[in-house]
Write a protein that binds this ligand. Structure first.
Ligand SMILES: *Cc1c(COP(=O)(O)O)cnc(C)c1O
Length: 233
């Protein structure tokens, strides 16, 4: 957000990438009889600088994702002020002591994965008078190092968030293991969502978003395909 619009990483044309990815999403949707505008592209900007975000904004894109509160807090307030209508999704893990900052800055929380966090979010949203659509993150691969509620505990957490905490839950999110067949995870997530009447599914990244669209993704989270390879943080 300065006069220095010269990109620090000039090898990537974000506008061209966005157009290409959107065309592929539309084709993948059409192939399974879905409408292209059924699928929202969340452009994940983590690690990349504001210049890259600016290029996407100037190309007309408005839906973004970040995985760290601190990084988002330095990058996004000026961009949001300059471009009305931005929807910023939190796609990384959230600690309860960062809930206040998260609710103030983000527009969608995709990573609700435990009761304590759900309760803290519900309380803070009430306090701030700001209801943010939430996704429950399911650890479909049951990976111990990863965030997300285990599949066996997902039904109970979803019901509790909706019925007891009145959290505005709109759907489910997953981040499958890198070396696994992604479609197994996507269909598992879709099954859990169906049981609860939730119609939004955040699944699919650069390597597998077309498969995710075939399995019902309403939100694909793309970093590399839009902004290029991430610089080392
Ligand atoms: C980084 C990240 C993405 C984007 O990953 P790419 O493979 O670069 O598209 C999507 N979702 C989450 C949760 C991420 O942290």
């Amino acid at each position: 957000m300065s006069d220095q619009t010269a990109p620090a990483e000039p090898d990537v044309d974000v506008a061209v990438n966005l157009a290409a990815v959107k065309a592929r999403i539309a084709a993948a949707a059409k192939a399974v009889g879905r409408a292209a505008d059924d699928v929202t592209l969340v452009a994940v900007g983590k690690v990349h600088g504001a210049e890259r975000m600016l290029a996407a904004l100037e190309a007309g894109h408005r839906v973004f994702g970040e995985n760290r509160i601190k990084e988002a807090e330095t990058k996004w307030p000026p961009l949001k002020a300059a471009f009305p209508g931005v929807a910023l999704h939190l796609v990384g893990p959230l600690q309860t002591n960062k809930v206040r900052q998260a609710v103030a800055l983000f527009d969608v929380i995709q990573t609700v994965d435990r009761t304590k966090l759900a309760r803290a979010l519900a309380d803070e949203m009430a306090r701030a008078g700001r209801q943010l659509p939430c996704f429950i993150q399911v650890n479909t691969g049951e990976e111990p190092q990863k965030s997300g509620v285990m599949p066996a505990a997902a039904d109970a957490l979803i019901s509790q968030c909706i019925d007891e905490l009145a959290l505005p839950v709109v759907g489910l999110m997953c981040l499958p293991p890198i070396d696994d067949e992604a479609s197994l995870h996507f269909s598992l997530l879709a099954d859990v969502a169906r049981r609860h009447g939730l119609d939004r599914l955040s699944m699919g990244m650069t390597a597998d978003y077309e498969i995710a669209v075939a399995f019902g993704a309403t939100h694909v989270r793309l970093g590399t395909a839009v902004f290029g390879a991430r610089p080392r943080p």
